[in-house]
Design a protein around this ligand. Structure first.
Ligand code: DC
Length: 235
């Protein structure tokens, strides 16, 4: 029997964390959790309830209504990954719009939001055998994770990836607008007071600007296999 480990994948937005994490979880038979989807779902809730919008922001109201938010994931066999549900509605598509992206980093600075989501994430990973991606997985959620990866890529390349994704799904967006969102989120994510995005000391940094998916996957899988080999069964 092989030891199950915890794999934390952090990095800037649109570095392809979810794609790689999902593929890795499938290969290993592990659970995959996209924590960005959780922050996005809370943001969608805040927008729908009218706590957040273009010219208003009521953090207090959101915080006092946090207990109304129930999140869960359901594996979709056709898609091959788990979709997120907000209060029993599948919101996988609704949370990926540029409108939600424009507010999510701000919502992710709220202490109470982070506390709630980190608690759920730690519960999901308590038995190991999990690949979780986000911004604070290796630093806050699972500081003892056996393997931590920190993904980076240039802002232009990341914006191009996100732009292609949005265009593919039929959204009408401008490249400049997407680039602005990506760099703005980098700034908020890395400068916020609570759990800022930063590389954990023991994380392996991988710049995938010039790497294809297969190359990245093979590289990370070799890190995983080395780590599993080094991890004793009873740890
Ligand atoms: O990975 P993503 O782009 O879907 O994440 C959306 C936002 O959520 C991102 O701008 C920062 C925030 N986030 C976070 O603060 N902590 C996490 N663990 C995951 C995401």
């Amino acid at each position: 029997m092989q030891q199950k480990i915890t794999i934390a994948i952090d990095g800037f937005s649109s570095t392809g964390k979810s794609t790689i994490a999902r593929k890795l979880a499938k290969e290993l038979g592990y659970i995959y959790v996209d924590t960005g989807a959780m922050y996005r779902a809370v943001t969608l809730f805040a927008i729908e309830k009218g706590f957040v919008g273009d010219d208003f922001y009521d953090e207090k109201k959101l915080v006092s209504n946090l207990s109304q938010i129930k999140l869960h994931f359901v594996f979709n066999n056709d898609l091959g990954f788990a979709e997120i549900y907000l209060n029993n509605d599948n919101v996988e598509k609704d949370i990926r719009t540029l409108y939600v992206s424009n507010f999510v980093s701000k919502i992710a600075t709220i202490k109470e939001v982070r506390e709630k989501l980190v608690e759920i994430q730690q519960e999901m990973g308590k038995d190991k055998g999990i690949v979780m991606d986000g911004r604070d997985i290796g630093t806050v959620v699972f500081p003892d994770a056996e393997l931590k990866i920190f993904l980076t890529a240039s802002p232009e390349i990341r914006a191009k990836r996100r732009y292609d994704e949005l265009i593919d799904r039929g959204d009408k967006v401008l490249f400049e607008e997407v680039l602005k969102n990506v760099t703005h989120r980098d700034f908020i994510d890395s400068s916020r007071e609570i759990s800022p995005l930063k590389k954990a000391k023991d994380a392996i940094e991988l710049d995938n600007s010039e790497m294809g998916l297969e190359e990245q996957f093979d590289t990370i899988l070799s890190y995983v296999n080395n780590t599993i080999e080094k991890t004793p069964l009873d740890s």
